[in-house]
Design a protein around this ligand. Structure first.
Ligand code: P5A
Length: 447
């Protein structure tokens, strides 16, 4: 999906707020409301306004590219599911009040899907026949509904939320492990590309089931989960080495590097174990937000839903499955928790709604207007996404708004500079402004 490469603020919908909304408990929620990114429609249910929508789409696209890269095929399953499917897996009653149950006009029982293990297993069961159909991975990026007891923290714990959920199908435990490892690696790359640190932690499997599971915890001081880990986790850069994803040994090697850390750090939540096993200078204690969760659960769904394939020697065997979730809408809030200052959001470049804010200090002044129009066109030609503040507003309002919404670069065009043939360039989160010719400004940001 292609986002609009450039917008004029006078034609845009950016309902920023000066006041701090009283209902918001945490900084990301406050900033998302103040930056005009979302509007709450009901408890835990949000409309995504233009700015919030752009960020969510950027996150979604990074997730998509990394899934495609490991050979997972994108599909789209519906939000509505028949209750019968969940009766067959045995999860219909167990899921309890968190599942939103709906009746259609024929009194058929439906539900708004909280996840899609049943449906994808049923799709596989209908179409796949033999060992030649596996290994296989499919994913979709689709809205989920979970009627959480206490929806809070804005989009971080919503009732309706966007998830990427992938599913793997394999014949042998060894192949299943390869699929799991591929996803593990894809997750490391996905978060690194977003400019954030997300640490894989061994996890309980809960209602999804299975015996192998990792949560990915985005480091943020305000997070709900405690993180005790070896500093080495933070020092590994997942993007530093190009791993051939089609080579199972290479993939296993990366997973092993993390697993070696777990071997030492499995019970790190016990302070005594932590102190005994991790040298003081490498002890990291912090907080974080769960932004992903992956599971390998074997035949938990393929057994009851009869998803079998014939083996090469003519036997019939249930497929082994895993499922892999990323909290796409949660990440929008999570990244803000991890990256903000007292002026507002500080977006990592890869997920910023726009790369540059072009600020016209004197709208109506012929020199400023034409310098801005020229820059607006040149930035677009250079492939840089730009939001042009062409509103008739005070300079202070413009600076405050662009800082609040966290745009990585600012180009400031004022009457004095225009006379001297220069503009000012500033970087969000850094001090100072540099004067330079307009073309140099474009080159600086492009470079
Ligand atoms: C894995 C994919 C699953 O549902 N089934 C399909 C498995 N896992 S999970 O851990 O329950 O959810 C995956 C990720 O979704 C995000 N998430 C939420 N985001 C916002 N609001 C919620 N209420 C919510 N619940 C889960 C989390 O990031 C989680 O890791």
């Amino acid at each position: 999906m292609r986002l609009s490469p450039a917008v004029r603020l006078s034609e845009y919908f950016l309902p920023t707020l000066r006041e701090v909304p009283s209902e918001a408990e945490i900084v990301s929620h406050r900033l998302m409301l103040r930056a005009g990114m979302v509007r709450q429609e009901a408890a835990g249910i949000y409309s995504w306004l233009p700015l919030g929508f752009r960020v969510m789409k950027k996150i979604e696209q990074i997730v998509r590219e990394e899934q495609d890269r490991i050979g997972a095929a994108e599909v789209l399953m519906p939000t509505m599911q028949p209750a019968d499917l969940w009766r067959r897996s045995g999860r219909y009653d167990g899921y309890g009040k968190e599942m939103l149950r709906i009746q259609d006009r024929h009194d058929r029982e439906m539900l708004f899907g909280p996840t899609n293990e049943e449906m994808i297993t049923d799709i596989f069961a209908e179409h796949a026949r033999s060992y030649k159909n596996v290994p296989l991975m499919m994913y979709h990026i689709q809205w989920k509904f979970r009627d959480e007891v206490r929806p809070r923290f804005g989009v971080m714990r919503g009732r309706e939320f966007l998830m990427k959920d992938a599913y793997s199908f394999d014949l042998t435990p060894e192949d299943g492990r390869v699929s799991y490892n591929k996803q593990f690696l894809a997750y490391l790359r996905t978060y690194a590309r977003m400019g954030i640190k997300a640490i894989p932690m061994r996890a309980d499997t809960g209602p999804i089931g299975g015996d192998l599971s990792h949560e990915f915890i985005l480091l943020a001081d305000t997070g709900e989960s405690e993180v005790y880990c070896d500093q080495e986790f933070l020092d590994i850069d997942p993007l530093s080495a190009e791993v051939d994803i089609r080579d199972p040994d290479a993939v296993q090697k990366v997973a092993d590097r993390y697993n070696a850390l777990y071997a030492r750090t499995d019970e790190l939540h016990e302070p005594a174990v932590f102190e005994e096993q991790v040298p003081e200078e490498r002890r990291y204690v912090g907080r974080g937000i769960e932004v992903g969760h992956i599971f390998f659960f074997g035949t938990k769904y393929s057994d009851p839903l009869n998803a079998k394939v014939t083996t090469s020697d003519g036997q019939s065997a249930p497929v082994l499955m895993g499922s892999y979730g990323v909290g796409v809408s949660r990440l929008v809030g999570g990244i803000i928790e991890a990256s903000h200052d007292d002026k507002g959001i500080v977006w990592p470049e890869a997920v910023a709604p726009f790369q540059v804010a072009l600020i016209n200090l004197r709208v109506g002044d012929a020199g400023c207007d034409s310098a801005c129009e020229d820059l607006f066109a040149k930035l677009q030609a250079a492939g840089i996404e730009v939001i042009y503040d062409d509103r008739d507003e005070r300079a202070g309002v413009k600076f405050a708004d662009m800082e609040l919404i966290g745009i990585p670069w600012q180009i400031v065009v004022g009457p004095k500079g225009v006379k001297n043939g220069v503009v000012e360039v500033a970087r969000r989160g850094a001090d100072g402004r540099d004067e330079m010719a307009p073309d140099a400004a474009v080159a600086r940001i492009a470079g």
